[in-house]
Design a protein around this ligand. Structure first.
Ligand code: SIN
Length: 379
């Protein structure tokens, strides 16, 4: 009989690590029967409907960013995780493609920062989309020698650019946060009971089928009373949500394309990770169904057929996750430290993902990567 994730938990151990390894395992593949699938909508002992504030966002405002009316959202909370909210794909039919295009074509442009900047010159990474589309548009006949820049992309930072080395943000490394993503984020957070959320920093993670994201806590933001927002597009993922300690066994859930998570309150500082990318059950996106109903003032432009050909091919095998953060509370500013003058980390050091050593940890664990390798988990 296949082993279930719950049988991996032993008292006093790094339960998160054990379950992470369980879901990451390729051979034999793990039993996924413990993984919560919010898209199935079943409420029960553990999964309860979340309370939203439909009046916080008008239907017109929601539609302008591609969202359904808030009253139609299927939002859930999880027993034992106060402040955690999961919204099962609140996007309107056909409205994910413009966001996918933004993640691949627009947010990858300068002045945003990406992993490729760490070992390539600014002119080489200036137009990742433009330098990749030709090769990506060609039918997949014969093997291409080199991967395109888009295929080598692992992360992009927006707004206050996260410094992977010092694990801090600073006032001196800031570029304007995209207005469309700010608008989407503030509507979602307002509907979840957080009016006045200011999107100040974003991290986009680009996952290939064998990518994973190490165990970590997002604690570099200075104001933890503001929620953390997570949006996913493309292939699905197993997301693990743990506790304040690595000994707390995490809960596994699927994140499908269009799904949104909001981590606030006690859940804001919980360990989490993505051990595995899984094939999306369905990924039918017809961009034309949204563009035809597009209203004046839409936050994002419809996707051209040409662009969608590239985007849809990309997401047939990949996943993009966007986390949006408010870094500073009202009236708060960055402490003056030497690192606040650092605008760019050294080449080769930006692979590290922010993590907090486990309680009782010697602190000697290798640093984990943003996406791809999971050095928090020694295999
Ligand atoms: C995810 O890819 O779903 C999680 C991203 C993160 O925790 O930063």
């Amino acid at each position: 009989m296949a082993k279930m994730a719950t049988s991996m938990v032993q008292n006093g151990e790094d339960a998160f690590r054990n379950i992470f390894k369980f879901y990451k395992r390729r051979n034999p593949p793990p039993d996924f029967s413990d993984v919560i699938d919010f898209s199935k909508g079943a409420v029960g002992d553990r999964i309860v409907p979340a309370v939203l504030k439909p009046s916080a966002v008008s239907d017109v405002e929601a539609a302008r960013v591609g969202l359904q009316p808030v009253r139609d959202w299927r939002a859930f909370s999880l027993q034992g995780y106060p402040g955690f909210m999961f919204i099962s794909n609140p996007f309107l039919q056909g409205s994910q493609p413009p966001w996918v295009r933004q993640c691949l074509k627009t947010y990858t442009q300068k002045p945003n920062v990406c992993n490729l900047d760490m070992h390539m010159s600014p002119s080489d990474t200036e137009d990742i989309w433009g330098k990749s589309v030709h090769a990506l548009s060609c039918p997949p006949s014969g093997k291409r020698e080199a991967k395109t820049l888009l295929e080598r992309l692992r992360w992009v930072t927006l707004g206050y650019h996260y410094n992977w080395d010092t694990k801090t943000y600073s006032s001196s490394h800031y570029t304007p946060f995209p207005a469309d993503l700010h608008s989407l984020s503030s509507h979602i957070t307002a509907a979840c009971g957080f009016p006045g959320f200011t999107a100040e920093a974003g991290i986009l993670n680009y996952y290939r089928p064998d990518s994973s994201l190490g165990i970590h806590v997002d604690e570099s933001e200075l104001d933890h009373s503001r929620p953390l927002l997570s949006l996913s597009f493309g292939q699905s993922a197993i997301f693990l949500l743990g506790g304040l300690n690595r000994q707390d066994p995490p809960t596994a859930m699927y994140m499908h394309s269009g799904d949104v998570m909001v981590m606030s309150g006690q859940s804001r500082l919980l360990y989490h990770a993505v051990p595995r990318i899984v094939s999306a059950p369905t990924l039918e996106m017809d961009p034309s169904s949204w563009s035809s109903s597009l209203q004046d003032g839409a936050a994002v432009e419809p996707v051209s057929e040409e662009d969608w050909a590239v985007c849809s091919r990309y997401i047939q095998s990949s996943r993009v996750n966007v986390t949006v953060r408010q870094v500073l509370g009202p009236g708060q500013s960055f402490p003056e430290t030497p690192s606040s003058h650092q605008t760019r980390t050294d080449a080769g050091q930006m692979d590290g993902y922010h993590e907090r050593p486990a309680d009782g940890d010697s602190g000697k664990r290798k640093r984990s990567s943003s996406v791809d390798s999971v050095d928090t988990v020694e295999t």
